[in-house]
Write a protein that binds this ligand. Structure first.
Ligand code: AR6
Length: 172
């Protein structure tokens, strides 16, 4: 059975042990999916984030989910696209791997990701989708505990890019 699935939807509505937030290094909120997660979780999420001291790009930190259906939020700042020669690819892969490691450490069986860095951070969509799918796929090959990893695409263009990336990796 395929443990990686793609859906079109809103990540704040996902029933999963953890949802991932495409944050910034301050972890103090923002627009896009970050703003939506903070609105849906309620103000206690920001209070917990204020005690975390930020997070470096490519790493991840975990909080509770408060009013969200998800038990945890895993916050990861993706790389800002600067043309591709500033370790953007490695940093983006590291976001996915760091989040999955933290999820496993915290006993999660199901994790939902947004498309990290492809909004205001302007990472090229097809390239980001290939990196995301590749990093998750590699992680799942070595992990036996995660039951389901879902990538939640907010629009059809994003879903199409991830579908293409998934069929490429699925073909090997
Ligand atoms: N559910 C799922 N995906 C969403 C949702 C949602 N509710 N809302 C937006 N998206 P972005 P980034 C998609 O800009 O590029 C914030 O201000 C969106 O369509 O949210 O990593 C942070 O604080 C896009 O496909 O994140 C940072 O400063 C994807 O989520 C900065 O933006 C990511 O877009 C991070 O930028």
């Amino acid at each position: 059975m395929m443990r990686l699935e793609l859906v079109r939807g809103d990540i704040t509505k996902q029933c999963a042990d953890a949802i991932v937030n495409a944050a910034n290094t301050s972890l103090l909120g923002g627009g896009g999916v970050d703003g939506a997660i903070h609105r849906a979780a309620g103000p206690k999420l920001l209070e917990e984030c204020q005690d975390l001291g930020g997070c470096p790009t490519g790493e991840a930190k975990l909080t509770r989910g408060y009013n969200l259906p998800a038990k945890f939020v895993i916050h990861t700042p993706g790389p800002i696209w600067r043309g591709g020669a500033s370790h953007e690819d490695e940093l983006l892969a590291s976001c996915y791997t760091s989040c999955l490691s933290l999820a496993v450490e915290n006993g999660c069986k199901t994790v939902a990701f947004p498309s990290i860095s492809t909004g205001v951070y302007h990472f090229p969509l097809d390239r980001a989708a290939a990196i995301a799918v590749g990093a998750i796929w590699s992680f799942l090959e070595t992990d036996g505990t995660l039951e389901r990893v879902r990538i939640v695409c907010f629009d059809d263009t994003t879903l199409a890019a991830y579908n293409k990336a998934l069929s490429a990796v699925g073909r090997g």
